[in-house]
Design a protein around this ligand. Structure first.
Ligand code: A2P
Length: 266
């Protein structure tokens, strides 16, 4: 299942995130397992240090590059998104990105955007967007952007159900993407999630991922385990009913915030 982006391309509703996956064999194995299981979205970042392994696994899969949606991110401690995008492409061993994101709004939400637009204009990336932006930061960015942000990738799950941020993203015409949809694994042992999973004969991870899909998000769970990678993608043959969705919605601890993150490390 794909979602439509404002730049005219489509992004898969579920992808593999490789944050905290070790460069080398671990990343190569995870990306290979994901592509084999049917994933067509791989999400990495300059800051993860594993772009070369992501690129290697993609090339070795034999799947045409055009069939894979590849995201990486600009580390805003650096000066110039264009220069960094060229370096990411080199490490990834590919000649274009599907999506290039500002990793977080360090130094403010707007200074890097002209460089991002240059990345887009030069064809280095089909789409450009942001990550860890609040609704206020999205609004500031919208005021100065010629090309709108196609995606805002944020920490999102039923426990971090940033309803107002999701609404702001929808109003801005962008797709909100959920990283750490399993709460970095912490939400998998929640009894409410467990009960819903049991009733449906599904895993807790599938319930959390499916919830995000039903909210209209693109969701990028991380796993290094081939069996879990495969199961996390098997979320298109069942549905959460309204009662289950409402029960999951009620797990929110953010108050439906417009903020992207409680823990702003930038
Ligand atoms: P592992 O990589 O060993 O599978 P998030 O996507 O929220 O950041 O969560 C990632 C964490 O959840 C990782 O520690 C990952 O461990 C674990 N995880 C991912 N999928 C599953 C699953 N289906 N069952 C159990 N743990 C999972």
């Amino acid at each position: 299942m794909n979602l439509k982006l404002s730049n005219g391309t489509e992004i898969p509703a579920v992808g593999l995130g490789v944050w905290q996956v070790e460069d080398g064999a671990q990343t190569e194995r995870a990306v290979s397992a994901a592509l084999e299981a049917g994933y067509r979205l791989i999400d990495t970042a300059q800051g993860y240090g594993n772009e070369a392994s992501v690129g290697k696994a993609i090339r070795e899969s034999g799947i045409p590059r055009a069939e894979i949606f590849l995201t990486t991110k600009f580390l805003p401690a650096e000066d110039d998104p264009f220069v960094e995008a060229e370096k990411s492409l080199e490490r990834l061993g590919t000649d274009y990105l599907d999506l290039y994101l500002i990793h977080w709004p360090q130094g403010g939400p707007t200074w890097a955007w002209p460089g991002m637009e240059k990345v887009s204009a030069a064809g280095l990336s089909k789409g450009i967007g942001v990550s860890n932006f609040s609704a206020a930061e999205l609004a500031e960015l919208a005021k100065v952007s010629e090309i709108p942000a196609a995606v805002n990738q944020v920490y999102f799950s039923p426990f971090a159900y940033r309803r107002a941020l999701l609404d702001a993203g929808n109003e801005a015409g962008l797709i909100t993407q959920a990283y750490s949809p399993l709460g970095t694994g912490e939400h998998l042992t929640d009894p409410v999630v467990g009960r819903i999973a049991e009733e449906l004969g599904r895993t807790p991870a599938q319930v959390l991922i499916r919830w995000g899909v039903q909210k209209g998000l693109s969701v990028i769970p991380k796993s290094v385990n081939p069996e879990r990678i495969q199961k996390n993608f098997a979320v298109f043959d069942f549905e959460l009913d309204d009662a289950a969705v409402a029960t999951l919605d009620a797990l929110d601890t953010t108050g439906g915030t417009t903020e992207s993150n409680e823990n702003k490390w930038w």
